[in-house]
Design a protein around this ligand. Structure first.
Ligand code: GUN
Ligand code: ZN
Length: 444
């Protein structure tokens, strides 16, 4: 039960500072033999086992993870749960991939039973990946949102999600109208936003599939509902960008289409943002809009290379978090996503430090979602969402991590070789929600 006091012992890895703003190594906060005390879904105390052991009472359940790393749960800032059935679909770039695979898959969500089944499977997979919060797209059908939040509420996870708005350039069965999309979104906000840990995101798919009237309606929803999010796609693919220019000849850039409709702000999250000008980055900084970096998706669809160090430029930093972007992304594992973010940075001539990669998957992602006072780090008062990473999950990992001289090196090996197999346990609001006994522990 979540109310009972629970304590986790292990190697704690979290952050004391932003590793993009300071020396990445010194931004890490590491407790080699650490203890985390949790009660009522929150973290009460964090520190060395020796310093905190006197606070263990007879009714505290103590779980010891030995040499495994305990991190804040991963945060996926951009993902489409209805696309789980079409992950790993061959042969297309963005516009044709949407037509050929995604729209037919999303049309199936008219069936509420299917929506429930996929929402359940998706959230179970997230827990297996150690991801405890996601900013998720549903489909155009309101029941796809009900299915997602219902399952999230059952698990006790903090999730952000919303109904896709599309009133043009999509199959008829997937279109709403500016008016119906507004009304359905309002009803979903009333039902779900701020209910327990659930939060709503107004979700126009992208500029191509919404009329100017629908984008205006999305702006109205943001202005009239406190604390709701805005999520959409931005500057992902060259053909997409050319179409946006044709559809909105009077706007100065793709970002300006959204800006004009009043969609920029501190709770706005733009997916991809690969092909950005300096003016675009400056405008995101001014409005405090955030970007979701989705490396596995950008490589899979051949969309391009996100310039993370440009986005985070100290002169005008833009908040960034990692996203898997399933089904264009190829893994729900943020360890895999961190590994691919490293490779994308390599292709732009920069080396992403493992502390920076972990930041983008946890504390930085929380900051990009304006949730950094609740999730993303391990500290007193934070919500008790944690994942436990086993550095010996496979024979090769064990062999390689035995040779690591530091936690940083260990993190780098985990993000290069690791995946769901490394997630030994996932805790949500102080409750054990997923446990992986492992099947290789006896192998050498
Ligand atoms: N742009 C508009 N819709 C989508 C989508 O579903 N996935 C990706 N990757 N890009 C999009
Ligand atoms: Zn997406």
């Amino acid at each position: 039960k979540s109310a009972a006091p629970t304590a986790l012992r292990g190697r704690i890895v979290t952050f004391r500072a932003d590793p993009f703003a300071t020396d990445p190594s010194s931004a890490l906060l590491i407790e080699e033999d650490g203890l985390i005390l949790m009660e009522n879904g929150q973290i009460n105390a964090v520190g060395s086992y020796d310093r905190l052991r006197h606070r263990l009472s007879p009714d505290t359940t103590l779980v010891s993870y030995g040499k495994a790393l305990i991190s804040a749960g991963f945060i996926d800032t951009h993902v489409h749960y209805p696309q789980l059935p079409v992950i790993a679909s061959w042969g297309e770039q963005l516009p044709q991939w949407l037509e050929r695979y995604v729209f037919p898959a999303e049309a199936a969500f008219a069936d509420p039973q299917l929506a429930r089944d996929v929402a359940r499977r998706f959230l179970r997979e997230l827990m297996r990946a150690g991801t405890t919060t996601a900013c998720a797209y549903c489909t155009v059908h309101p029941q796809s949102v009900d299915a997602f939040f219902t399952e999230s509420e059952r698990l006790g996870t903090r999730m952000i999600a919303g109904k896709v708005l599309m009133d043009r350039n999509a199959p008829a069965e997937l279109r709403d109208t500016a008016a119906s999309g507004h009304a359905e979104s309002s009803a979903l906000i009333a039902r779900w936003h701020g209910r327990g840990r659930q939060l709503y995101a107004v979700t126009p798919r992208f500029a191509i599939t919404s009329t100017p009237e629908q984008l205006e309606a999305a702006g109205d929803l943001l202005r009239t509902h406190d604390g709701v999010y805005l999520q959409t796609h931005l500057a992902e693919n060259m053909e997409e960008i050319a179409t946006v220019r044709r559809l909105f000849p009077e706007r100065s850039s793709y970002l300006d289409v959204y800006d004009h409709a009043g969609l920029l702000g501190p709770r706005s999250v733009f997916g991809h943002a690969i092909h950005m000008t300096e003016t675009d980055f400056c405008r995101c900084h001014e409005t405090d809009s955030a970007l979701a970096h989705c490396p596995t998706s950008n490589l899979f669809l051949g969309s391009g290379l996100f310039r993370v160090f440009d986005a985070l430029d100290r002169r005008r930093p833009v908040r960034v978090g990692l996203g898997t972007d399933i089904g264009a992304g190829t893994s729900l594992s943020h360890l895999r996503t961190m590994g691919e973010a490293y490779k994308v940075a390599q292709l732009t001539g920069r080396s992403l430090h493992p502390a920076q990669a972990l930041w983008l998957a946890t504390a930085g992602a929380a900051r990009s979602l304006s949730l950094d006072t609740q999730i993303g780090t391990i500290a007193p008062g934070m919500e008790a969402d944690l994942c436990v990473l086993d550095p010996c999950a496979t024979p090769l990992l064990r062999y390689r991590t035995e040779r690591c001289a530091s936690i940083e090196e260990l993190l780098f090996v985990l993000m290069t070789l690791g995946d769901e197999r490394c997630v030994k346990a996932t805790w949500v609001a102080g409750r054990l929600i997923h446990e992986n006994a492992g099947d290789t522990s006896s192998e050498r």
